[in-house]
Design a protein around this ligand. Structure first.
Ligand SMILES: [Fe+2]
Length: 494
């Protein structure tokens, strides 16, 4: 297996200094046809890969405390007739524009970035900056940059110019949240089998309201409902099946005093409760939405779910689970992460019994992993293949340098590693036209090449990662490690 070969060949797969360089800001905006290509771009790969992530890790030289506080920068890689075009633009949020004019940090960040002037200058300032940095989707004819604590920002898909805050035709009120992890149900039984976009928004407090929205292909609201969950929630992602939206209420509390007094960012006041269970809440997608089900599972922290599906009287959910929430301390530098001291993200399957109310969990993959991807037609359905970013070695917590493929039927694994100098981002699975097999498609991932301080877009064959990349597209510069993105078959470059 390639995995074993790679592990043997690379004695020291990662180097923290190399890894750090992928967190340098990219203040420049580019657009060009990519002309340095190894291999060949498949001609039938036609469409656009949109990516989002923090583009600025400092504001005029003052570092942000955590990458999650960095201003959103969207990249578009358009594929057309065997060629690829690159473009990146910052989302011109109100905060981005004001800080650029001022030349300094004007806002507190959720993950610990503070305004200059010490805690006195931060105390009782509850304004935050919508940084629009987490995901980007093309739906209903709109390109939307998403950040879970505020409204979407709409961009022009051809130029990536910022159009402005978008309230989804009046669905949202100014100031409303809208999560960064929508799912597309490929065939909704409530809508004659049409695809629908499902997303949620939290209103947190002593109890939390979960708002759920479903939109048709034109972006019109089909259904909306709200549910109150006791207690504080920190929910970043959810899962869907044809009949349920499923949320993991991680066992955390919020201690607001340090935030109010200007000592910590709000995200630093979230405390993991190892002795409390994770509550799993399944909310029906079918009116009247009343039969909400709740299970309690062993403590753990989940950012991302891979997929969920129903079988008879059970719901199965595959999730990347951590033993606890990695905390962001005020004085700590994220670049000094001690990987060995932290528990890795690992893939678990949770099986929820709808009749008996019991829950079982089983580890599927112990290899350190994050950022899962599946075939888009399998969302909410039984599925066979999944792809994830993974550490190079199977036994350690480390930066993501490889793409790991799992066959859930045979337990076969394939891993393609970009170690020692490459660091991967979230893979995206793009089905081949007229494909017959679930894994017949391409894996697209942005790779930071530390040897040249530049980034690449790698294209892998979903059927056979062991082949190595079909094509590597070298950008002329680096792109800081991104968060999430999406694929559309539409191409916006002429
Ligand atoms: Fe996420």
């Amino acid at each position: 297996m390639n995995k074993l070969l790679n592990e043997k060949l690379v004695a020291q797969p990662h180097n923290l200094q190399d890894w750090h360089k992928g967190y340098l800001s990219q203040p420049n905006e580019h657009e060009y046809w990519i002309d340095e290509i190894e291999g060949e771009i498949p001609k039938s790969l036609q469409g656009t890969l949109f990516r989002n992530g923090p583009g600025l890790l400092d504001i005029h030289g003052a570092p942000v405390h955590h990458p999650f506080d960095g201003d959103g920068m969207v990249c578009a890689i358009s594929f057309r007739e065997g060629r690829a075009h690159f473009r990146n633009r910052f989302v011109r949020t109100e905060g981005f524009v004001k800080e650029r004019e001022a030349g300094k940090i004007l806002y507190r960040g959720v993950f610990g970035t503070q305004k200059p002037g010490g805690w006195l200058n931060n105390a009782f300032d509850f304004k935050f900056k919508n940084i629009a940095n987490t995901n980007v989707i093309y739906w209903g004819g709109k390109l939307l940059a998403l950040w879970e604590a505020a409204e979407p920002y709409r961009l022009d898909p051809s130029t990536l110019e910022t159009i402005g805050i978008d309230l989804l035709d009046g669905v949202l009120e100014p100031g409303d949240a809208f999560a960064a992890h929508p799912w597309v149900d490929p065939s909704c039984h409530l809508d004659d089998g049409a695809p629908v976009l499902v997303n949620f928004a939290l209103k947190v407090g002593l109890s939390t309201t979960i708002n759920i929205y479903e939109f048709n292909l034109e972006g019109k609201l089909l259904r909306r409902h709200a549910h109150i969950v006791p207690g504080f929630c920190f929910i970043h992602d959810f899962a869907i099946t044809p009949n349920y939206c499923i949320f993991f209420q991680n066992p955390v509390t919020f201690e607001p005093l340090s935030f109010a007094l200007g000592w910590k960012g709000a995200g630093q006041c979230v405390k993991f409760q190892p002795n409390k269970p994770t509550r799993i809440v399944a909310i029906p997608r079918t009116p009247p939405y009343k039969e909400v089900k709740v299970w309690e599972a062993q403590s753990g922290f989940v950012f991302h779910h891979v997929n969920a599906f129903e079988s008879e009287d059970k719901i199965h959910i595959d999730s990347i689970c951590y033993d606890s929430l990695p905390e962001v301390e005020p004085g700590a530098d994220y670049k000094e992460t001690n990987f060995e001291a932290l528990a890795p993200g690992q893939l678990w399957r949770f099986t929820l019994n709808l009749k008996e109310g019991s829950v079982e969990r089983q580890m599927v993959e112990s290899h350190c992993c994050e950022f899962p991807a599946i075939h888009p037609d399998k969302v909410g359905r039984p599925y066979r293949y999944l792809f994830m970013g993974a550490a190079h070695n199977s036994q350690e917590n480390a930066p993501l340098q490889a793409i790991l493929k799992l066959d859930l039927h045979t337990q076969e694994r394939q891993l393609w590693s970009f170690a020692p100098q490459g660091y991967v981002s979230e893979p995206i699975f793009v089905p081949q036209p007229n494909a017959l097999r679930e894994d017949e498609g391409w894996i697209l991932t942005m790779v930071y090449d530390s040897s040249r301080h530049r980034s690449q877009v790698a294209i892998l064959d979903g059927r056979d990662l062991d082949r190595g990349p079909i094509a590597v597209l070298h950008l002329k510069h680096h792109i800081p490690y991104g968060l999430h993105g999406s694929w559309t078959n539409q191409c916006f470059v002429s």
